[in-house]
Design a protein. Structure first.
Length: 299
């Protein structure tokens, strides 16, 4: 009987600013080499399209993987990790995204060989997940301006990603974006009617690349941190950006923050929504909830 652990690896070949046309093959070769040296049976697959990571992760679970490692950005981690929710199989992470929001918040290593070693050897810990309109997320869900930026960024071709394009898209969008009117019900409290630049429900603290939107968020507290940023003049919007990179977004002028277990958001016009940086269908009605202790993650 083979006693070596079977480890699945889902690789996104276009994740990150440094991805190149041959990244999938070179990453797969490195993953097999490192896992073999660690005494594992490696089941390594490379994604070919959106949603493919879910299919690959499911196949790895069916083939007896004791852990599944996602090598990519927040989108790849989302697809892989949310597939593992019901299976009880731990998620490992090798960060290779443009922002690496969840991975950075968990203190994960970015050097692939070191990241693989930790993903294989370290003990997994339970963290929370969230759900918005039937779509699961591990890092955060955003509504409004940041969802528009995420959608535009998502449409960029491989090789043009990274922190700089994300910032550039955001600066261009802020010049023309029109804030939307929302009605929010947070944990059953009386409705809050507000015109907001964005509404975020964060499981972890940051978008990535050092932009911390929810400084007090914790991935294992059984709550989501709601962050509501109201509408201001262009100059004030730009001035408030500094708080993201100081870790003080909860103290920015016009920001409301509180922890929640459930929330309902409604708007007359369809809302732009993203989950872990991946756009989801616009809707006039969004239901958000936390799922405490939903998944084991190695960090």
């Amino acid at each position: 009987m083979n006693s070596r652990p079977r480890i699945g690896v889902v690789i996104n070949p276009v994740s990150g600013a440094g991805a190149h046309h041959d990244a999938g093959r070179s990453r797969a070769e490195l993953a097999r080499k490192v896992l073999t040296e660690l005494g594992c049976v490696a089941d390594v697959r490379v994604t070919e399209r959106a949603g493919h990571a879910r299919e690959l992760a499911r196949a790895m679970i069916d083939n007896g993987a004791s852990r599944v490692i996602a090598w990519g950005g927040d989108g790849t981690i989302n697809e892989t990790g949310t597939t593992l929710l019901a299976a009880g199989v731990p998620l490992g992470i090798v960060p290779a995204g443009s922002g690496n929001g969840l991975a950075t918040d968990l203190g994960l290593l970015t050097e692939p060989e070191e990241a693989f070693a930790r993903a294989v050897r370290a003990e997994p810990k339970w963290i929370d997940a969230g759900e918005v309109n039937g779509r699961f997320f591990l890092n955060l869900v955003g509504i409004g301006f940041d969802a528009l930026v995420a959608r535009t960024f998502h449409e960029l071709a491989a090789g043009r990603r990274g922190a700089l394009p994300y910032v550039t898209i955001g600066l261009r969008a802020i010049l023309t974006y029109r804030a939307q009117r929302y009605r929010l019900v947070l944990d059953g409290a009386p409705p809050l009617d507000t015109t907001a630049l964005l509404v975020v429900f964060a499981n972890a603290r940051q978008y990535g690349s050092g932009a911390i939107i929810a400084p007090r968020a914790r991935v294992d507290d059984g709550r989501l941190d709601a962050v509501i940023v109201d509408d201001r003049s262009l100059v004030k919007h730009l001035w408030r950006v500094r708080h993201l990179f100081r870790g003080t977004a909860d103290r920015a002028e016009g920001a409301i923050t509180q922890t929640v277990e459930r929330a309902l958001i409604e708007s007359e016009a369809p809302m732009a929504i993203h989950a872990d940086g991946e756009p989801i269908a616009p809707a006039t009605h969004a239901e958000v909830r936390v799922i405490p202790g939903a998944i084991r993650v190695v960090y």
